[in-house]
Design a protein around this ligand. Structure first.
Ligand code: 7TS
Length: 414
């Protein structure tokens, strides 16, 4: 524990920033303040170099040839799966499927598992806090298969209504899909608790970890989930990377999502049999360079330490909330507790969020404004749009101060 504490104190965002080439860039003549990490994160030099090195030294397709480059490329690509498995505490790297992003990972579950396992009358339970990518695939299945989609609500602070959960779940519930951390208000949901209830009725649990994996230490065995979806590009990896964790037995039984090369064992003109895991679900030439560079991103995160990252973001979050709470003209959304990742959504009363984001951009500050692909949650909060600042390991208190200073300027201007 002592060691952990020492590690936690060692995160120095100023030192970390030196590893990220983009921070030498100016935006409109100002230093870049990047607060749009929930959309995608910046990339350290080691990740950029890993991708570059692959093309300069190893480039070849995987699993296809006996030549040296193909062998090396295959080993590197598989090693990256092993790094992801280790990072999330999966029992086997064969439980890790590389995808383009969290959206594709969730669709893989909807098509590969849902399409073949759900029947008319079955129920899927999701929450009102979901990103569209964990709502729309289930609506598609509702319309194609005649299943019922049930929705768990939040309270006025944006916490899941756990008291409602037992009323919504039953023997009919075949899958519970839940976001681990909200991309709008940052709420961290009690996954293990939900899994425990879901298991009582035999439901499969899919966790959308797009906003948690980059920020919190996570172990899929401890969570107890069956599937877990994530975006590699939100955890320092390249765009076009993501992954799905699935329990071995489920992945073995499920149907493929995409069909074609690489995912087969044998093909005759009549039929085909499937490749071993995880290749059964990685049809066609994958994003080899990106997948390998995702491994480099994991190396970087492990070097800094997820506990340290989480501690640093918590500190920035409470500092930002404290500072912003001083101004009655700022409307903050979500809970005031510590059960949050470093995401703050807010509005300045009487000013459109796009205008706020525009003025912030003039000062080199990148935030997202809009509905954040979570329209049902936004409506539940009684708003259409909001400004969102989301933090990561390279952000500083000084940057939060600058954000607050410019928000005061916005208030004066409008
Ligand atoms: N789930 C959550 C909770 C997310 O925040 C996102 C992306 C996704 C799934 C989809 O990830 P993707 O990699 O497939 O795009 N969220 C955001 C966001 O908040 N702003 O831009 C993308």
């Amino acid at each position: 524990m002592e060691k952990l504490k020492a590690d936690i104190e060692s995160l120095d965002p100023y030192r970390i920033r030196k590893d990220f080439p983009i921070f030498s860039r100016k935006i409109r003549g100002k230093p870049l303040i990047y607060f749009d990490n929930a959309a995608t994160t910046q990339k350290p030099r080691s990740v950029i170099e890993a991708e570059k090195r692959f093309y300069e030294e190893t480039n070849a397709n995987v699993h296809r040839a006996v030549h040296t480059l193909s062998y090396e490329s295959t080993v590197l690509y598989e090693d990256s799966h092993k790094k992801v498995a280790d990072f999330i505490g999966a029992k086997s790297w064969r439980e890790i499927i590389f995808t383009r992003n969290a959206t594709e990972s969730i669709n893989l579950v909807a098509y590969g598992w849902g399409l073949h396992n759900l029947q008319k009358g079955d129920e899927v339970l999701i929450t009102i806090m979901e990103h569209h990518s964990n709502i729309v695939p289930w609506q598609m299945l509702r319309d194609r298969k005649g299943i019922t989609l049930k929705i768990l609500d939040v309270d006025h602070e944006g916490r899941l209504r756990l008291d409602e959960f037992p009323k919504l779940i039953s023997e009919k519930t075949k899958l519970v899909g839940v976001v681990h951390a909200s991309n709008v208000i940052g709420t961290i949901n009690p996954i293990s608790e939900l899994v425990r209830e879901a298991k009582k009725v035999g439901a499969v649990v899919l966790v959308d970890a797009a906003q948690s994996i980059p920020h919190l230490p996570i172990n899929v065995i401890e969570l107890g989930c069956d599937f877990l979806a994530a975006s590699g590009h939100k955890m320092l990896g390249p765009t076009g990377t993501g992954f799905l964790y699935g329990r071995y037995g489920l992945l073995k039984e499920m149907e493929p999502f995409l069909y074609g090369g690489d995912m087969i064992e044998t093909v005759t003109l009549e039929k085909a049999t499937w490749n071993e895991l995880p290749w059964k679900y990685e049809a066609g030439t994958p994003n080899i360079a990106g997948g390998i560079a995702l491994g480099a991103a994991i190396d970087y995160l492990k070097m800094v330490g997820l506990e340290s990252i989480s501690e640093h973001e918590n500190e920035l979050l409470s500092y930002a909330i404290d500072r912003m709470s001083d101004f009655p003209w700022i409307e903050l959304y979500g809970s005031r507790g510590s059960d949050r990742v470093g995401v703050i959504s807010f509005n300045i009363k009487g000013v459109h969020p796009h205008d706020v984001a525009g003025v912030l951009d003039e000062e080199g500050i990148a935030v997202r404004s809009g509905h954040h692909c979570a329209q049902p949650l936004m409506r539940r909060l009684g708003i259409e749009n909001a400004v969102r600042a989301s933090f990561y390991l390279y952000n500083t208190r000084e940057e939060v101060d600058k954000l607050v200073e410019v928000l005061r300027e916005v208030r004066r201007l409008f």
